[in-house]
Design a protein around this ligand. Structure first.
Ligand code: HEC
Length: 434
């Protein structure tokens, strides 16, 4: 490292430590557009907005490698604090000027697509330290002789997660028998404790695998810290960023589309969409989204009126609320919904349920198999293939990208065809009253 760059780096580290006392994560949050805004932003001379509205990562990429939006350049510390053919090296003063006034070190005015940010010194120091650390974040969990995968144990779903970790270890052992991949043994570590401890532990893993459904820990909690999330145990929402997240079953958007298609093939013409408090207006937005189909939707609050049609749509991401709503519904209805929300709470035998179940794809060949075990076996296979194709020069983004090359015909997974999940196929589970 050349003299001025080193001096800049030391200054950064020093100021970052000084800022650490009040909001150590201000820079990370500003970069990723999460948490309370500690800076303001203006674009094209417009009035100032909270900086969270223009997250750096939206344009420069989660890993700072650039190129997500309008030829945004790489802005990792290793990029900025070195001269390029186009400009001299940045130091802290010129980086601050670039953010506040849109000027490069040589005085060039940056394109107006790069917003202008106003922030206090502590936030700036924290942001600069975060940029400095971005490249290193990419190599977390990758050691000379080992690579570390993590299974998080959410406090509200610990038994599932522990079982998953055991199953994943066993499946990896079956496939590898302890043999290294490109010189690295593949280890699985358990992340337990409270949410803060789990998230901290995840920083030392190349990825979190098989995340169990939890009300306290979601996918974004990890990806906001640059930790990739591979193959959660539940269907993804569908809008996740495939550079840090991969699933192995159809996502929620696919499942909703499958319900709409199912209604058509069941020749449903009128349907009551349940609008229950705590369900986030999901049924209503479904009705609006699929309004153009042949089904006429009537939105209904609880309790259902006697005139309500016998076909009901119940969408409710909070399983506990879903269970209560389902419990309160009269007998004899045909209820459409998602297995992940309604199946565990199915009042066996009371209702006719028609449930979209991306999860069922995994267990369809062996109905007695446990989803956790089958999922872990599938995930292990995908991970080993991805690790093999990623090569020796492994990092987090590289591992996720290597999933692209993987296909598992037996489980109908093909990531070249469906980048996020490898499949969009949604089976249904139907249970009828006894
Ligand atoms: C809306 C998209 C967008 C957002 C949001 C954005 N940038 Fe930029 N940024 C750009 C573009 C485009 C350029 C290239 C401008 C040019 O070279 O004229 C740029 C240039 C830069 C440069 C100059 C790099 C160089 O090599 O000279 C730095 C530093 C920078 N951005 C940092 C940030 C930081 C830090 C944030 C968040 C606080 C951020 N940017 C948010 C689009 C964006």
């Amino acid at each position: 490292m050349k003299g001025p760059a080193l001096a800049g780096l030391l200054l950064l580290l020093w100021t970052a430590a000084a800022a650490g006392s009040d909001r150590p994560d201000a820079g990370r949050d500003l970069y990723n557009g999460v948490g309370a805004a500690t800076a303001t932003v203006s674009m094209g001379g417009a009035a100032a907005l909270p900086a969270t509205r223009f997250a750096c990562r939206a344009c420069h990429g989660r890993n700072g490698a650039g190129g997500r939006e309008g030829a945004a350049p790489p802005i990792r510390g290793s990029d900025l604090f070195h001269a390029t053919l186009a400009r001299p090296a940045y130091d802290t003063a010129s980086l601050k000027r670039a953010l506040a006034e849109g000027r490069a070190p040589d005085g060039r005015v940056l394109a107006s697509l790069m917003p202008r940010y106003a922030m206090d010194d502590a936030t700036f120091a924290s942001l600069a330290a975060y940029l400095e650390g971005l490249a290193g974040l990419q190599r977390r969990g990758v050691h000379p002789r080992a690579v570390t995968l993590a299974v998080a144990v959410p406090p509200d779903n610990a038994a599932t997660a522990r079982r998953y970790a055991d199953a994943l270890r066993a499946a990896l052992d079956d496939l590898l028998g302890g043999r290294p991949v490109h010189g690295r043994t593949v280890g699985v570590t358990l992340l337990a404790g409270d949410t803060a401890a789990i998230l901290e532990g995840a920083e030392d893993a190349v990825a979190v695998v098989g995340l169990a459904p939890s009300a306290r820990l979601d996918v974004a909690a990890f990806t906001d810290r640059q930790v990739p999330v591979l193959f959660p145990l539940f269907p993804l929402a569908g809008g996740e960023d495939a550079t840090v997240v991969r699933g192995l079953m159809a996502d929620r958007q696919d499942a909703l589309a499958a319900i709409a298609a199912r209604l058509a093939s069941d020749k449903v013409t009128a349907m009551t969409a349940i609008d229950a408090p705590g369900c986030g207006g999901q049924a209503e937005s479904f009705a609006r989204r699929y309004a153009a189909t042949s089904v006429r939707y009537t939105l209904s609050a609880l309790p259902l009126s006697a005139k309500a049609s016998g076909d009901v749509l119940l969408l409710c991401p909070d399983r506990q609320v879903a269970r209560r709503v389902l419990h309160g519904l009269p007998d004899g209805l045909r209820i459409y919904g998602l297995a992940g929300e309604l199946l565990s709470s199915a009042e066996a035998g009371r209702h006719h349920l028609v449930l979209a179940s991306p999860e069922a794809l995994l267990v369809s060949r062996d109905k007695k198999a446990n989803l956790v075990d089958v999922h872990a076996a599938a995930a292990a296979r995908l991970l080993v293939s991805a690790l093999k194709s990623a090569g020796r020069n492994l990092d987090r983004t590289g591992l996720v990208a290597a999933v692209d090359a993987v296909s598992d015909p037996e489980r109908q997974l093909d990531y070249a065809a469906d980048t996020l999940n490898g499949t969009a196929f949604v089976p249904f589970i139907e249970t009828k009253p006894r």
